[in-house]
Design a protein around this ligand. Structure first.
Ligand SMILES: NC(=O)c1ccc[n+]([C@@H]2O[C@H](COP(=O)([O-])OP(=O)(O)OC[C@H]3O[C@@H](n4cnc5c(N)ncnc54)[C@H](O)[C@@H]3O)[C@@H](O)[C@H]2O)c1
Length: 344
C-alpha cells in the first residue's frame, strides 16, 4: 500500500470512548504517543469521563458525539473503544468520512458486519484494523516459539477455557444484545491465540449455550448473556479447537489455554506455562514464566503501515476470523447443528 503520511506525528488520532472500567482511552492514547502519533481528540457521551481527557492529554480537543468530531476536527485516525454493538455502525460512519479506523476487539458482532466494514474501507481507501493487543501477549509468543521448535510435535487440539461460578455483573458486558454474548470478550482473545497457532482454514463450527440460570438476578433479565458458551472449531488440517467461557463452573480447571501436540502438551496461564513431554517411559515437566507482553507493537505497526506502507499485522480479514467463529457458534447453538465456514 502507498504510504498515507510522511511521518507518524502527522497522524492525528481521536479516541471514541473514554470509559472508566479499564481506562482504555488513556491506555490507547499513551501507546499512540509511544508510536510517535499525535493524540488530537477524545469523544465521550459521559461528560465526567470526557472531562478527564484534557487532564491526561493537555490541549486535546473534546467532543460529545462522533458527528461533531468528524465535522469539526482534522483527525485522520479514529480509535473506537466503545461497547461491542457500536463498533460496526461507528466504524462505517468514520470510514464514510474518509478516516482510518481502529476498532477495539471484537471487530464486530456478526460476519455480515465485518464484511460490510471491510468493503467500505476498501472502497474509501482507508485503513481498517482491530486492537488485538494480545497478539503480542508473552504467553502466546512463548507458545509459538515452543510449537515452532517442534518440541510438542504437530498440534492436534487446543482447549481454551475461562470462568467460574459467579453471577454476571450489571455492566454492559452482561447484556447479550450489547456485548454479542459470553464468548465475545476474553473468548475473542483466546480464539486469536489459537488462530496464530493453528495455521489452517476453519471448515466448521459447532456451538452450545446454556441460558437462563442467572437471568432473573441480573439487570438485563431476558437479555442476559449465556450462563455458559461453548464452541468447537474444525480446521482443514484435521486439528480442532474448543472454547468454553462460563459463569456456572464451580470447579474451574487449571490453565486457561492448552495445546496438545503429537509429542507433548503446553498449558499456559497469563504469566506462566508448563510444557509436558514424554521421554521414553518418563513424563518430563518443565515450568517457566512467560516473557513480558509487547502490546506497543500494535500501534508501532499502525504507524509504520500508514507512513512507510509496511504490511498491516492485524488486517481486517484476520480480525474477521474469530468473529466468524463466534457468529457461527451462535447460529449453531440456536439451530442445534454444525455450521460450515464461509470465506470472503
Ligand atoms: N484489548 C483489551 O485488552 C481490552 C481491554 C478492555 C476493554 N477492551 C474493549 O474496549 C471496548 C470498551 O470497553 P471498556 O471496558 O473500556 O468499556 P467502558 O464502558 O469502560 O467504556 C466505554 C465508553 O464508551 C462510551 N461510549 C459509548 N458509546 C459512545 C459513543 N457513541 N460515542 C462516544 N462514547 C461512547 C461510554 O460512555 C463509555 O464511557 C470494548 O470493545 C472492550 O471489549 C479491550
Amino acid at each position: 500500500m502507498k504510504p498515507h503520511f510522511s511521518q507518524p506525528a502527522d497522524i492525528k488520532v481521536a479516541v471514541v470512548g473514554y470509559g472508566g472500567i479499564y481506562n482504555m482511552g488513556r491506555i490507547h492514547l499513551q501507546d499512540v504517543q509511544k508510536a510517535g502519533m499525535t493524540p488530537r481528540a477524545a469523544v465521550e457521551l459521559d461528560a465526567e469521563r470526557l472531562a478527564l481527557a484534557p487532564k491526561d492529554f493537555p490541549g486535546i480537543q473534546t467532543y460529545h458525539t462522533v458527528e461533531e468530531m468528524l465535522a469539526q476536527s482534522d483527525v485522520n485516525l479514529v480509535i473506537l473503544i466503545t461497547p461491542h454493538n457500536t463498533h460496526a455502525p461507528l466504524a462505517l460512519q468514520c470510514i464514510a468520512a474518509g478516516r482510518h479506523v481502529v476498532c477495539e476487539k471484537p471487530f464486530a458482532i456478526t460476519t455480515l458486519e465485518c464484511d460490510t466494514m471491510i468493503a467500505a474501507a476498501e472502497k474509501a481507501g482507508v485503513m481498517l484494523s482491530t486492537f488485538h493487543n494480545r497478539h503480542w501477549d508473552g504467553s502466546v509468543m512463548k507458545a509459538l516459539e515452543v510449537v515452532r521448535s517442534g518440541l510438542i510435535g504437530d498440534i492436534v487440539r487446543i482447549e481454551c477455557h475461562m470462568g467460574q461460578w459467579n453471577k454476571p455483573g450489571d455492566i454492559w458486558r452482561a447484556s447479550k444484545s450489547i456485548s454479542g454474548g459470553i464468548l465475545y470478550d476474553w473468548g475473542v482473545h483466546l480464539l486469536e491465540y489459537g488462530l496464530q497457532l493453528i495455521q489452517a482454514e476453519i471448515t466448521e463450527v459447532t456451538g452450545y449455550a446454556k441460558c437462563g440460570f442467572w437471568n432473573a438476578q441480573t439487570k438485563w433479565q431476558a437479555d442476559t448473556i449465556e450462563d455458559e458458551g461453548f464452541a468447537v472449531v474444525r480446521f482443514n488440517n484435521g486439528a480442532w479447537l474448543s472454547l468454553c467461557i462460563t459463569h456456572i463452573d464451580a470447579n474451574p480447571k487449571r490453565g486457561m489455554f492448552e495445546v496438545t501436540g503429537t509429542k507433548g502438551s503446553m498449558v499456559f496461564e497469563y504469566d506462566s506455562h508448563e510444557i509436558i513431554v514424554r521421554d521414553a517411559d518418563k513424563t518430563v515437566v518443565t515450568k517457566g514464566k512467560n516473557p513480558k507482553e509487547q502490546w506497543e507493537r500494535f500501534y508501532a505497526n499502525i504507524a509504520d503501515h500508514l507512513t512507510k506502507g509496511e504490511a498491516l499485522v492485524i488486517t481486517p480479514e484476520w480480525a474477521r476470523r474469530p468473529i466468524h467463529i463466534l457468529d457461527l457458534a451462535d447460529q449453531s447453538a440456536r439451530e442445534g447443528r454444525a455450521i460450515t465456514a464461509r470465506y470472503r
